[in-house]
Design a protein around this ligand. Structure first.
Ligand SMILES: *[C@@H]1O[C@H](CO)[C@@H](O)[C@H](O)[C@H]1NC(C)=O
Length: 437
C-alpha cells in the first residue's frame, strides 16, 4: 500500500499536467437529411470551413435535397446564437442555384470577413469559380430574419476587384486574418497538374485583390492540408501528387509566410522564390515514397504557442498509421505516430480526420472507419503531445468530421459530421463537447 502511494506520488510529479483535458458536456443537433445517393457532398476534409463561429453566432453550410429530388441540391446556410447562451438553429436555402453534379469534390466552403460579410464558394471540380457574398455584414449587424434576402446578389464567377485565373478551379478555402481581411485559396488546374493561388478580401474596402500563385506544380500538384493564419504567420503544409492516382502522393512539405502569403519561407526561415515548386530547396520536410498510402488534404492547425501541427497518415513503416507532424516555435519538426488503444489501422483511402488546438491542448478528431465511428482524443504539451486520451466516440458515422476552430477558443469543441445509414435516416449533425482544459 505504501509503495503504491509512492508510485502515485511519483506519477503525479512526473506527469503534473498530462491528461488534464476532459469532456464536461455533450449535445448534438440534426442539421438536415444528408442528400440521397452514394456520393458525399457534406463533410469532406478540404472544406475550409463548413462550421464557423463569428461573434455571438455560429454558422453552418451544407447541401440539402431541393424540391426536384434526387441529384438536385441547394446550398443552405444555418445560424444559431452560441453566446451568451445557445439559441435554436435557423436555416435558409439558396433557391436560385441548383447543384446537380454528384461528385465529392463539389463541397461548400464558408468564410466570414471582419466586416461581418459571409462568403460562400461551392460546386467545383475543375470548373469556373462559383462565389457569392452577403450584401452586408450580416454576421456583425445581425438581421432578425434569416433568409436569402440578406445575401442580395447572385453567384458570380470571379472575385470582384481581383484578377484571375478563375478556371479550372477546385477546393476553395477561406481563412480570416487578424485584421479581419479574408484570404481565399484554391487550386487552378487538375489532379496531378495544378497550381495554388491566394486572393485577399479587404474588410475595409470590400474589394478583392490577387496575392498570387504561391504553389506551382511541376507536372504534378500540391494538395494542402490547409492554410492557417495564427499570430501573424500563415502556414501551409502539403503532399505532392504526380497523376490523378492517389497512390502517387509523396512527401511532406511545409512553408510559412510572415506577410499573409505575399512571400514565403522554408521551415529553416530562409525566404524562398515564389511560386514554390516541389523542388524548391528546403521545402520538403519528410521524404515519404509514392505508394505509401498517404491521403492528401488531411488536416493542420497552429497553436497560440507558436507551434504548427499537421495530421497525415502513411504506411511507410509497414502499418498504416495516423501521424502527428509538429514544428516547434524554434522551427524543429517531428513526426510521431498517433498510437492509441482501440483505434483501428486506417484502411487505404478511408475517411480523413482533423486536428484542432486550444492553448497547450491538441485535439485529434479521427474517423475509425472499420467501426463506423469518429473518435476524439486530447493530448497536451506537458505530455509531449503523446499522452493521447480518449475524450469521446460518436457512433454511426460515415464521413469526414470538420471542426469549428473559432469556437474552440471558448472551450467548446463543435464538430460537423455525417451519419451512416440509408437516405432518409442519415443526418448531417453538429456535436458540441464542453471541454475542461
Ligand atoms: C436525429 O434524428 C434521429 C432520427 O433520424 C432521431 O432519432 C434523433 O433523436 C435526432 N437527434 C436529435 C438530437 O434531435
Amino acid at each position: 500500500m505504501a509503495s503504491f502511494s509512492r508510485l502515485l506520488l511519483l506519477l503525479s510529479v512526473l506527469l503534473p499536467f498530462a491528461h488534464s483535458v476532459s469532456i464536461t458536456s455533450t449535445a448534438s443537433w440534426n442539421i438536415t437529411n444528408d442528400p440521397e445517393g452514394s456520393v458525399h457532398l457534406n463533410g469532406l476534409a478540404f472544406q475550409q470551413q463548413a462550421l464557423s463561429t463569428f461573434g455571438d453566432y455560429q454558422y453552418v453550410a451544407f447541401y440539402s435535397t431541393s424540391p426536384k429530388g434526387y441529384g438536385h441540391h441547394y446550398v443552405n446556410l444555418g445560424r444559431r446564437r452560441v453566446t451568451p447562451s445557445l439559441g435554436d438553429w435557423q436555416y435558409f436555402a439558396f433557391s436560385d442555384y441548383e447543384q446537380t453534379t454528384l461528385d465529392e469534390h463539389n463541397t461548400i466552403s464558408l468564410g466570414i470577413s471582419g466586416d461581418g460579410k459571409i462568403h460562400l464558394s461551392f460546386d467545383h471540380h475543375d470548373v469556373p469559380l462559383n462565389y457569392r457574398v452577403s450584401s452586408s455584414g450580416v454576421a456583425k449587424t445581425i438581421p432578425a430574419e434569416w433568409t436569402q434576402s440578406a445575401f442580395g446578389g447572385s453567384v458570380v464567377h470571379s472575385l470582384p476587384g481581383s484578377t484571375g485565373p478563375w478556371t479550372p478551379l477546385t477546393y476553395p478555402r477561406f481563412e480570416r486574418l487578424a485584421n479581419g481581411d479574408l484570404l481565399m485559396e484554391f487550386r487552378i488546374g487538375k489532379s496531378g497538374a495544378g497550381d495554388s493561388y491566394i486572393h485577399r478580401y479587404s474588410s475595409s474596402s470590400g474589394q478583392w485583390s490577387a496575392v498570387g500563385k504561391y504553389l506551382q506544380g511541376q507536372d504534378n500538384n500540391a494538395y494542402i492540408n490547409g492554410i492557417t493564419s495564427q499570430d501573424g504567420k500563415l502556414y501551409a503544409s502539403w503532399t505532392v501528387r504526380e497523376t490523378p492516382d492517389a497512390s502517387t502522393n509523396h512527401d511532406f512539405y511545409f512553408a510559412f509566410s510572415e506577410d499573409d502569403g505575399k512571400t514565403w519561407k522554408a521551415s529553416s526561415g530562409t525566404t524562398v522564390t515564389k511560386p514554390i515548386t516541389p523542388s524548391t530547396a528546403g521545402i520538403k520536410v519528410y521524404t515519404i515514397p509514392q505508394s505509401s498510402e498517404i491521403i492528401n488534404q488531411e488536416a493542420q492547425c497552429a497553436d497560440s504557442k507558436g507551434r504548427f501541427h499537421a495530421l497525415m497518415r502513411d504506411k511507410s513503416s509497414g502499418t498504416a498509421r495516423f501521424y502527428h507532424y509538429m514544428r516547434t516555435a524554434a522551427g524543429v519538426f517531428s513526426k510521431t505516430a498517433i498510437t492509441v488503444p482501440g483505434l483501428s489501422t486506417p484502411p487505404y483511402l478511408s475517411y480523413r480526420g482533423k486536428l484542432a488546438s486550444v492553448g497547450d491542448t491538441l485535439i485529434a478528431i479521427l474517423p475509425d472507419a472499420p467501426k463506423n465511428t469518429v473518435t476524439i482524443w486530447g493530448a497536451t504539451a506537458a505530455g509531449n503531445f503523446q499522452d493521447w486520451k480518449s475524450l469521446a466516440t460518436i457512433t454511426n458515422m460515415a464521413g469526414e468530421p470538420l471542426v469549428d476552430h473559432e469556437r474552440l477558443k471558448s472551450g467548446v469543441l463543435s464538430v460537423f459530421v455525417r451519419q451512416g445509414g440509408p437516405f432518409g435516416t442519415r443526418k448531417v449533425q453538429v456535436w458540441d463537447f464542453g471541454l475542461q482544459l
